[in-house]
Design a protein around this ligand. Structure first.
Ligand SMILES: [Zn+2]
Length: 454
């Protein structure tokens, strides 16, 4: 009897040790990575890094008014722990600034890193360091970037005026004493400095051999953890959203590969520090409502048979139109671009209709069409070609925008017991704070900071 009691006590003690507080926290956000996107990715790549996590927890993303969110409202929810209006960069629904978890942790001597594969001044990353009434204040957001004194920025692109914005960013970071390097010179960075890596490209589209999102993630974790520091590192895989907006599943899957590799980088770090590393992988919202109608039809290599993403396919279509090729030839050449041969009568009917809209319509250099024709703002023929391929593969998109579908949150490491029950996106930073042993952090200081800023 005594022996079994001792065993029980030992077991409880072992459990308490395993349920320790994390020293290193990764918050990985797949922008637009809805449940259909994850399901398709799991089908195509069964050995991916998401499979190394426990079963995901469903997470609601609607904004404070119960409407479908944008990346700003959901970014604010994930960064600051409140629901707010669409377009808000860390402002509450009354337009008052709120303090992000990253800023509060920084005040407690945690090291902070912010990395994105798209615009560093776009909604998702900026909610961690800026406070702006709307996400469109691109220059204003850049001017906020040096203020919280974060330790690492991984910069791919600038949203808004790219050239002027990049010059402004470099100026702001230099005056805030950041060490700035390009991707190839990451090894020159020293942990005692504040550091920024600027690649100037959407990282998944880099040429072979260039620095990738996973490389920047590895470097950030190495620099931030040096000298026994605690860290909070946010990594955004931003362009899954762009592929899904365009209803281009090949593009979305390519971006998923890059985001998954960045998750792999976090898992490799965690393998070296298993008792100290908490990894949260989530999405800010679903984009496109990607639905697998018949997964058995999914060709595991469909995404490789597509020769170009939406923009490339559109420019092919525009060139064929300019060359005055007959409609059936244009259709044939474009369908080949996504690996389609032997078009059926039903497919041909739909393609003919879309092609007539394209040939009769005004073609511009970017080839933007009017929303309301059933093809979003995209080239009707290109969208119909993609849809033909999608139908053959047993899936379809339901929207060109965001949807209200709940996303999936994957958690691994010490403190993951705080993420067991269903979540709202605004719960996530509170749960991170609780896992780190400071459950009241955002509730008290987030509000106090908002008050003092009035
Ligand atoms: Zn979007």
């Amino acid at each position: 009897m005594k022996k079994s009691l001792l065993t029980l006590l030992l077991l409880i003690f072992a459990f308490m040790l395993s349920a320790g507080t994390p020293k290193y926290v990764f918050l990985m956000i797949g922008d637009g990575m809805g449940p259909g996107t994850v399901q398709m990715y799991n089908k195509l790549f069964p050995d991916n890094n998401l499979k190394k996590f426990a079963a995901p927890v469903l997470t609601g993303t609607d904004n404070v008014f119960g409407k479908t969110t944008d990346s700003a409202a959901s970014g604010t929810a994930l960064a600051c722990g409140i629901k707010t209006y669409n377009r808000s960069i860390a402002m509450d629904k009354d337009g008052k600034p709120v303090t992000s978890l990253a800023k509060l942790l920084k005040k407690r001597q945690w090291k902070i890193g912010i990395v994105s594969s798209v615009g560093i001044n776009d909604a998702t990353p900026s909610t961690h360091y800026a406070n702006r009434k709307t996400r469109n204040e691109y220059a204003g957001i850049i001017s906020d970037i040096g203020r919280p004194g974060f330790d690492f920025f991984g910069v791919s692109l600038i949203k808004g005026n790219a050239k002027a914005g990049m010059a402004q960013l470099k100026k702001v970071l230099s005056s805030s004493k950041y060490q700035i390097v390009n991707g190839k010179n990451m090894n020159k960075l020293k942990p005692e400095n504040k550091n920024a890596v600027i690649t100037g490209t959407n990282v998944p589209q880099l040429k072979p051999g260039s620095v990738r999102l996973c490389d920047i993630t590895t470097k950030a974790a190495e620099l931030l953890s040096a000298g026994d520091n605690r860290f909070f590192l946010m990594v955004e895989g931003g362009a899954v959203d762009h592929g899904n907006h365009a209803n281009d599943a090949s593009w979305a899957m390519k971006e998923m590969i890059e985001f998954d590799a960045a998750i792999g980088a976090a898992l490799s770090f965690a393998a070296k520090h298993p008792e100290d590393t908490l990894i949260i992988v989530t999405a800010d919202h679903d984009t496109g409502g990607l639905t697998l109608k018949d997964p058995s039809k999914l060709d595991s290599k469909f995404y490789l048979k597509q020769k170009a993403f939406l923009a490339g396919l559109t420019s092919v279509a525009v060139k064929l139109k300019a060359a005055k090729l007959p409609a059936d030839q244009i259709i044939k050449q474009l369908t080949r671009q996504v690996g389609i041969e032997n078009i059926t009568a039903d497919e041909q009917k739909k393609l003919n209709y879309a092609c007539s809209l394209f040939l009769d319509g005004k073609t511009t250099s970017t080839d933007k069409f009017t929303a309301g024709m059933g093809y979003g703002r995209y080239n009707p023929l290109v969208i119909e070609v993609l849809r033909t391929r999608d139908r053959r593969n047993g899936f379809y998109y339901t929207s060109f925008g965001h949807t209200s579908a709940k996303v999936t949150t994957f958690v691994k490491g010490p403190g993951s017991e705080h993420f067991k029950s269903p979540l709202e996106n605004s719960d996530i930073p509170h749960r991170i704070a609780a896992a780190a042993g400071m459950p009241e952090l955002l509730k008290k200081e987030g509000k106090a900071a908002a008050k003092s800023a009035r």
